[in-house]
Every structure is written in structure tokens, then in C-alpha cells.
Design a protein around this ligand. Structure first.
Ligand code: UDP
Length: 316
């Protein structure tokens, strides 16, 4: 199949491209490296079935746009969007334009070539949820002018736009709401909690827990997420939304001590100021994706052990 992946240089995008190439597909990747990594593209470019376009999907020039329109993709995985809590202010404009103009540009390509489309939305559409677990029908608790709004409202707008294209133009699109995910190919500069803790561990620095660390998250391994994404693309209903994530909650403080334990390190934990907009907890309701036959296979201990490259201090 001929497949387009937007956000191909990102953490999830690069893992997804790798899996698609392994299945024998021809993959076109697009990324503007705003938060993606050139290292990921360099690795993928060794495969002759991968072609890369450095481009901002919210600002496709006529030539590039024509080139993408001409390709007639069988499937489009639309992942592109700047990420990262520390980028919420600095890249706010880029988040909003990618999720609005960028998504519209990609939808036009899907409409013209009659491609199936899968959009990776986010658990951030639920904001700081008041309902647990978060069912796909839950409307969320989002502050539309809050610091997190460029990402939260951006993803919500993309979802609305995609649903409109399904209803009005009949395109075959699905939406996946991705909960916290971790795994190989996260960049060392990624400020999400797991890569941050691992980077701190590798540098023999204390793990920085925000506040009391009692806020909770669930963490899904990227390989499990990608299996879920493939299932939704193949078997998901047109216009349907699916949560994908782990349903095993852990506090951030326990996560820090767990990483210290499995790496057999004696690094300390340091409590630092917690951002005011930090969410207290998030927990996906997974019935819909379970019904498609998905279940996560990699537990947190196993997944973390695969990516922690920590050399134990020499014991004398
Ligand atoms: N966090 C932390 N220390 C860090 C980075 C993050 O305690 O160095 C916390 C953060 O406050 C949040 C959780 O870890 O409660 C997950 O943060 P992340 O940025 O990975 O993703 P989020 O779920 O907030 O989008």
C-alpha cells in the first residue's frame, strides 16, 4: 500500500513508519522538525520504500501540495502536531495552526484521493477530567483560554473538522485518543516524564518530581499503541473515536521510585515546583478498543527495562 504519515520524525510517527515499512508498505513521511528529530528520519531513510518531505502541513506550498495530492495514498496516518508541556506557550501558534489549517490540508488530500485516514488525537481533549475513567463520550473539562488550550483545543478542533469531513464528504476517517505513551525513539530532550527521568538517571541527577508526585497517569508502550492504531485503521468504524492507553494507574512519585528500583540505582528523588496547569489524573475507558480485539502486551517494568540504558556504578 502507499501510505502517508504526517509527523513521521516524531516519537510515535517514527515508530509507526518502522512498523509500516516492516509490513512491506511504501511510506511517504512529512515533518517540519519542529519537535521531531532528524535522527529518526536518517534511520528510516535507509529503507528504499521510505520517501521524506520536509514540510509544514499548515503551510504547504503549491508545488509540494500538488505533489502530495498526486500520490493517491491508500491510507493516511495524520499525527503531525508539536508536543510537549514546556512548549505550550512557545509553540502555541504552531499547535493551533497545525491542528486547524494543517488538518484541513491533509483532509483535502484524503478527500481527493479517497484515502482512509486515521487521526491521532489525545487524552488532552478531556482536559483535567472530572469523570473517571474517561469514556469516549465524555466531553471533558477544558479551559479554552488556559495555558494548555493550544494543544487541548487544537486537538478538539481537529476532531470536529475530521467529523465534519466524514459527515459532509463521506471520507473514511477514524480518531484515536492517545493516552501517555513511552518507548524507543523518545529523544533525550523530550520533556515528557519518562524520557526526562531516564535522561536524569543516565546523568546521575536526581529525578525531578513535580509537587508531591501524587498526580496519576497510565503509561502505554508505543508498540502496543501502534498495534491498536493498526486495528482501528483496519476495523474501526467510520467517524468513530477510540481511546488507546494503559488502564494501570501509577503516581508520578511511584514511577520515579520504580525507575530507580529497576535500574538498581541509588539516585535520589527531588520534589520541585509543579506547573499550575498540571492535570491531576487521567484514566482511559478501553471497552471500545478491547471490542476490536486489542489488549496491551507490554507491562511497564518490561517496557522501561528495554529503554533504560543505565550503567550501574562499578561496585568495589
Ligand atoms: N512530571 C514530573 N516531573 C518531570 C516531568 C513531568 O513530575 O520532570 C509530571 C507532570 O507534572 C505530570 C506527569 O509527570 O503530572 C506527566 O507529565 P508529562 O509531561 O509526561 O505529560 P502530561 O500527562 O502532563 O501531558
Amino acid at each position: 500500500m502507499k501510505i502517508l504519515v504526517t509527523g513521521a520524525a516524531g516519537f510515535i510517527g517514527s515508530n509507526l513508519v518502522e512498523h509500516l515499512l516492516e509490513k512491506g508498505n511504501f511510506v511517504y513521511g512529512v515533518d517540519n522538525f519542529i519537535t521531531g528529530s532528524r535522527k529518526n528520519i536518517k534511520r528510516l531513510s535507509k529503507n528504499q520504500n521510505f520517501e521524506f518531505f520536509e514540510n509544514d502541513i499548515s503551510n504547504l506550498d503549491d508545488q509540494k501540495s500538488e505533489l502530495l495530492h498526486d500520490q493517491k495514498f491508500d491510507q493516511i496516518y495524520h499525527l503531525a502536531c508539536p508536543t510537549g508541556v514546556p512548549n505550550l506557550v512557545t509553540l502555541a501558534e504552531e499547535m493551533l495552526s497545525t491542528c486547524s489549517i494543517g488538518t484541513k490540508n491533509i483532509l483535502e488530500i484524503a478527500k481527493e484521493s479517497n484515502s482512509m485516514l486515521l487521526f491521532t488525537s489525545s487524552s488532552e481533549v478531556y482536559g483535567d477530567p472530572k469523570e473517571f475513567p474517561q469514556n469516549e463520550s465524555y466531553g471533558g473539562n477544558v479551559d479554552q483560554v488556559g495555558v494548555r488550550s493550544p494543544y487541548e483545543e487544537g486537538k478538539r478542533f481537529s476532531e470536529s473538522l475530521i467529523t465534519m469531513y466524514v459527515r459532509k464528504y463521506g471520507i473514511d476517517a477514524k480518531i484515536v485518543r492517545v493516552f501517555n505513551t513511552y518507548g524507543q525513539n523518545m529523544s533525550k530532550s523530550d520533556m515528557r516524564v519518562i524520557p526526562r527521568f531516564i535522561h536524569q538517571l543516565e546523568q546521575d541527577k536526581p529525578l525531578t518530581v513535580h509537587g508531591d508526585g501524587l498526580q496519576k497517569r497510565t503509561f502505554c508502550h508505543v508498540d502496543d499503541l501502534i498495534n491498536g492504531i493498526f486495528l482501528v485503521m483496519d476495523k474501526g468504524g467510520k467517524g468513530e473515536v477510540y481511546n488507546i492507553g494503559s488502564n494501570k494507574e501509577i503516581t508520578i512519585k511511584d514511577l520515579a521510585y520504580f525507575i530507580i528500583k529497576i535500574s538498581e540505582s541509588n539516585i535520589k528523588v527531588k520534589h520541585i515546583e509543579r506547573p499550575k496547569h498540571d492535570h491531576q489524573a487521567r484514566l482511559p475507558y478501553l471497552s471500545k478498543i478491547f471490542q476490536l480485539g486489542w489488549s496491551p502486551k507490554i507491562n511497564l517494568g518490561e517496557g522501561l527495562s528495554k529503554i533504560i540504558d543505565y550503567e550501574l556504578p562499578v561496585k568495589v
